[in-house]
Ligand binder design. Sequence first.
Ligand code: SF4
Length: 291
Amino acid sequence: MKYEGSIYRPPSEADSLILQVTIGCSHNKCTFCGSYKDKKFRVKSFQEIKEDVEEAKAYARYIKKVFIADGDALIIPQKRLVPIVQMIRDAFPKLERIGVYGNTKSILKKSLEDLKELKRLGVGIIYLGVESGDQVTLDRVCKGTTLDKTAEAAKKVKEAGILLSVTVLLGLGGVERGAIHAAETGKFLSRIDPDYAGALSVIIVPGTILADEVKKGTFKVPDPYQLLEELAIMISNTNVTHTYFASNHASNYLPVKAWLPEDKEKTLRAIKHVLDQRDPSLLRPEFMRAL
Ligand code: SF4
């Protein structure tokens, strides 16, 4: 497989074949994100993708899940994307699901019929980086979208029958805006009602604009207990139908896995216990945190 640069995938795609069909992220402007800074965005040619698929068939013919990378492969125009997805489906006879990252813009560029067509071809889950339900925070980190547009994109994915998995980022509002960011994010999760929601914690990546802001003192990173307070505020502000909420990503200090709303009170009690104890041994050690 001819992977270019670092490859990222959601934790739930750990046992998937990763097939890189785009290089980088078409937005690539979020101030906290260093994932694709070294890559200039492009869509791989059909021939390049075909060569990777042919190679993968030799050792992963019976793979059940494929994740198509990089940043937002969904941005590929439908006419080019359909033959790629079709080729993946034909190559792996046991395939059960194709997953893909999609940002608000790339989802909204697809019609509902486009998304339904992708669903029929095997795209079963779209991962959308929501980051925050607070528009001020989103604007500060140059997310390049609005909450209304993201809600519209989320609705479209669900209407197409595709699973919606979103990520939000604890600490993204800094110390100053932490409580607002957390409360608004909880409310926004309720508004879009995703199938899965994953909370990550902000990690300052060298070379990013956010790292410069930290150096200048214009952004203060919340400490582990402030991040846990945000987690509690976020969860307490959710009013979802049936969402699997997890903060078990390696960036977090405390792993939480909960079905909401069923496990809401139990989860809040567990977070409160850790906040009351202030015992560092209950937290993931700093050296084990990663993105
Ligand atoms: S957070 Fe997502 S949309 Fe923003 S630059 Fe990184 S990959 Fe692109």
